[in-house]
Design a protein around this ligand. Structure first.
Ligand code: PAF
Length: 285
């Protein structure tokens, strides 16, 4: 597997594959890869002849008091893992390559509405940063399909919306969340947790399952959300939100509606802010 850092080199490799008739699958990441990321590579591998991944810790999606500087950077391990998982090409650019006009002076892509609620409200500017970098990456790679984890459900919806609105010719594939044995969704930020916190964080998935059962049993959304906030706090987490929303657009559901819903949680534990979700209709999750 080759690693390139410049846009020109990336385009040249992909153009050669495309001339040979290959479909390109793309997996954008911020590195520090784990089993969840490798499951995205496996999905791209099964659907395309060539797989491109990117590792880029995108400064514009971090707030001023967030963990951009300390975000784990493990390029050598990521390269080895990607090569072993069947990735063909890694794009690992510097900030200047992705933001030639600077991180505050360049073009920005905003997704109003979807990008402003929940994590968008808790982390102002976050989804504009994600939408901007993903638009740039999709424009550089021009893949037939790009794979994103459903763990970041709001991000997945934001990206689907930007692709639909900008008429980008790419299929966005959502991939199932990969979990630890206790239900904790895999995330690079889990390494901010101590062993004891990691075990305790299993309460997030248990609470999501309890929310799903309570909704399906006919409890009101308000009651379900309040009980979930209490369960998280009782386990020593500091919840940002525990909500039931329409899965299509994250708006509040109409009273009595029990289909097409999703439960979402964001909570702090120690140094980590953890997010997870569960589709309420999907009993297999
Ligand atoms: O999910 C991530 O790792 C990032 O938000 C993404 C999509 C690679 C954009 O920086």
């Amino acid at each position: 597997m080759e690693t390139v850092t410049r846009a020109e080199a990336l385009r040249a490799r992909i153009a050669a594959w495309r001339r040979a008739g290959a479909r390109i699958g793309f997996v954008p990441t911020m590195g520090n890869l784990h089993a969840g990321h490798y499951s995205l590579i496996a999905i791209a591998r099964a659907r395309a002849e060539r797989v491109v991944a990117s590792v880029f810790v995108n400064p514009t999606q971090f707030g001023p008091r967030e963990d951009f500087a300390s975000y784990p950077r493990t390029l050598a391990e990521d390269q080895a893992g990607l090569a072993a998982s069947g990735c063909d090409l890694l794009f690992a650019p510097e900030v200047e390559e992705m933001y030639p006009f600077g991180t505050s002076g360049g073009v920005r892509v905003e997704v109003p509405g979807l990008g402003d609620v929940l994590d968008g409200a808790a982390r102002p500017g976050h989804f504009a940063g994600v939408a901007t970098v993903v638009t740039k990456l999709l424009n550089l790679v021009q893949p037939e399909l790009a794979v994103f984890g459903q763990k970041d459900y709001q991000q997945l919806l934001v990206i689907r919306r930007l692709v639909a609105d900008l008429r980008l010719p790419v299929e966005i594939v959502g991939a199932p969340t990969v979990r630890e044995a206790n239900g904790l969704a895999m995330s690079s930020r889990n390494q901010y947790l101590s062993a004891e916190e990691r075990e305790r964080a299993g309460v997030i998935h248990r609470t999501l399952r309890a929310m799903r059962e309570a909704v399906l049993a006919g409890r009101t959304v308000d009651t379900v959300e309040q009980e979930a906030m209490r369960a998280l706090a009782a386990a020593g987490l500091v919840p940002d939100y525990a909500v039931v929303r329409r899965a299509a657009d994250l708006t509040a559901p109409d009273p009595g509606v029990r289909t097409g819903l999703i439960a979402l949680i964001a909570a702090r534990l120690g140094r980590a802010r953890l997010i997870d979700n569960l589709l309420i209709d999907d009993a297999d999750q």
